[in-house]
Design a protein around this ligand. Structure first.
Ligand code: N01
Length: 527
């Protein structure tokens, strides 16, 4: 690897921007960030539904090296987090590296030349094409279709994915959805131009997104039918505006904000004792969640409907002070009979009762099990990453995948968290990638590919750790795949992940120099 290693990063969320910032800090200038949108921000740009906010305290849900003394609340709302990310991109000089409106269509690893060959498309043109052909994000593209917008080619040595694990919306497979003549949209594609005032609205899903937007929809709509398949456990959200004197203190004494950050970190981290090590301890949290229901919902029938029957923590624990009060209103109904079909004008439940609605909003989450679309990333032997992941996504330290050299996945398999800040995990992974790049440069390695057995052993260890944890306690969640394999969550303390990723462990990789690569290609190697 030379000093001028061309690197491509995909995405400008916390992961992509954080990676760019650390590259610049280390003196790398020759890198590009591909961004399919026209602004930075990743999930915090794409999710802008009413009520969208973070459920991790902002003092922790932010870069350790760029603390923000001006957070207006303990838990910032979407707009403020997006502004923070814009500020980071500007402050650290990343804007000139970002190619906006550029969608990565395919990435093929060229084994002979040790480069990733990328094809990108102009995203507005591509989205117009997808709309015309009724394709959804994540659907495979027919590269032979002459209608498909032209792709541009580029080559890089290192490819870093900052695409995130929860970016492709999941739509329910309900009969008749295509017949519906009213308005339909997913929480991630909120149509702010659609006026909900006085409308009859069906909401499908009761996850982290829905519990934030349902209270806002209920303020406007004439009626809300909330179709709940599984109730979530919801705890009180200890949110409040930050006080003027606190912000002034954080500005003048940054160590005070670091102290708050540390306190939050260790408080959240202590939950791992129950989540991962001894789920019986979750009873304490369950008692608090039950108290929350009793306090906020007077009606016994509704209380019963919203009370889960699985161990708290098995699915993500949600935080809200206004979700239950929203459900307790007369014009909001929690429907638990399931959906049989959708008609042109409404939703039919499994008892055959049809309820007319003007709009259906999907709070049905994301395709967490296939976070990277099929047909996008091709490693050695032209193998599609999703084929390598047929039995469930897996990586080594959540970051590298055997057969996909020089490809690093931020927010990769088993790096997700149910209890703390993803920014902490992202920073850990970035440190690992930076050390990999430094060692590649020092040693003259052109390709690093994690050994197959190393990846297998690592994943066996992860699954063993997940067994017996709360995530393994029998509920249905996006954390595990249909075979019960934990493909998404880091099943331990986050500081343990940081220890693992502190240094790039080259001995676990096949590291190739140009000479050995040329040998592989059958070329004569000069003495
Ligand atoms: O999605 P979800 P989300 N028929 O997958 C239901 C992050 N996040 O967008 O539980 C009927 O949690 C499904 O039902 P069930 C966070 O990591 C973070 O809400 O599968 N219902 C469930 O109720 C979160 O975990 C923040 O039975 C169907 C819901 O849809 C992740 O994003 C804020 C259905 C999906 O819930 C995803 O959250 C928001 C069907 N066919 C989100 N299919 C922060 O604050 C699905 N459902 C950081």
């Amino acid at each position: 690897m030379t000093d001028k290693t061309p690197i491509a990063i995909i995405g400008t969320g916390f992961a992509g921007l954080g990676m760019g910032i650390k590259l610049k800090e280390a003196g790398y200038e020759d890198f590009v960030i591909l961004e399919q949108g026209s602004d930075v921000g990743g999930t915090w740009r794409d999710n802008h539904y009413p009520g969208c906010a973070c459920d991790v305290q902002s003092a922790l849900y932010s870069f350790s090296f760029e603390q923000n003394p001006n957070w207006s609340r303990m838990y910032a709302q979407q707009g403020e987090i997006l502004d923070y990310l814009r500020h980071c991109a500007e402050k650290y000089g990343l804007m000139k590296h970002i190619r906006f409106n550029t969608h990565l269509a395919t990435a093929h690893y060229d084994e002979q030349r040790n480069v990733w060959k990328l094809e990108t498309a102009d995203s507005p043109a591509l989205w117009a094409y997808m709309q015309k052909h009724d394709l959804k994000p994540g659907d495979a593209l027919d590269v032979n279709d002459p209608d498909l917008p032209a792709f541009e080619a580029m080559e890089v040595n290192i490819l870093v994915s900052g695409m995130g694990g929860l970016s492709t919306p999941a739509y329910p497979n309900i009969q008749g959805l295509d017949r519906f003549r009213g308005k339909m949209f997913h929480s991630q594609d909120w149509d702010h131009g659609y006026d909900l005032k006085g409308k009859r609205v069906a909401v499908i899903g009761t996850g982290a997104s829905a519990i934030q937007f349902v209270p806002e929809v209920a303020k406007e709509a004439a009626r809300v039918d909330l179709y709940q398949r599984t109730p979530p456990w919801v705890m009180p959200k200890p949110d409040r505006p930050m006080k003027g004197w606190e912000q002034a203190l954080f500005r003048r004494v940054p160590a005070a904000q670091s102290a708050l950050r540390n306190a939050i970190y260790w408080q959240l981290e202590s939950r791992v004792l129950a989540l991962a090590l001894n789920p019986r301890l979750m009873k304490v949290a369950e008692l608090e969640a039950r108290r929350h229901i009793r306090k906020q919902i007077p009606d016994r029938t509704l209380r019963r409907k919203v009370t889960p029957d699985y161990t708290i923590g098995c699915k993500r624990i949600l935080l809200s002070n206004n979700y239950y009060p929203a459900l307790a209103q007369d014009h909001v109904d929690v429907r638990t009979d399931g959906i049989q079909e959708v008609t042109a004008g409404g939703v039919v439940d499994k008892n055959g009762v049809e309820r007319e609605v003007d709009a259906i909003i999907f709070g049905t989450g994301f395709r967490a099990q296939d976070p990277i679309p099929h047909g996008m990333i091709f490693g050695r032997g032209n193998r599609d990453l999703l084929d390598a992941w047929r039995d469930g996504a897996e990586a080594y330290k959540g970051t590298t995948v055997h057969g996909f050299p020089n490809f690093f996945i931020l927010v990769g398999p088993n790096t997700g968290l149910g209890h703390s800040s993803m920014v902490y995990m992202i920073e850990s992974q970035i440190q690992y990638v930076m050390d990999a790049l430094a060692q590649m440069r020092q040693q003259g390695w052109e390709a690093v590919d994690v050994k197959e057995g190393v990846q297998a052993d690592y994943n066996a260890m992860l699954q063993a750790k997940s067994d017996g944890s709360v995530w393994d306690s029998g509920c249905n969640s996006w954390y595990v795949n249909e075979n019960g394999k934990n493909t998404t969550l880091w099943p331990s303390f986050t500081w343990a992940f940081r220890q693992q990723t502190n240094r790039f462990d080259a001995q676990q990789y096949v590291c190739e120099t140009s000479a050995s690569l040329r040998e592989v290609a059958g070329e004569a190697v000069p003495a």
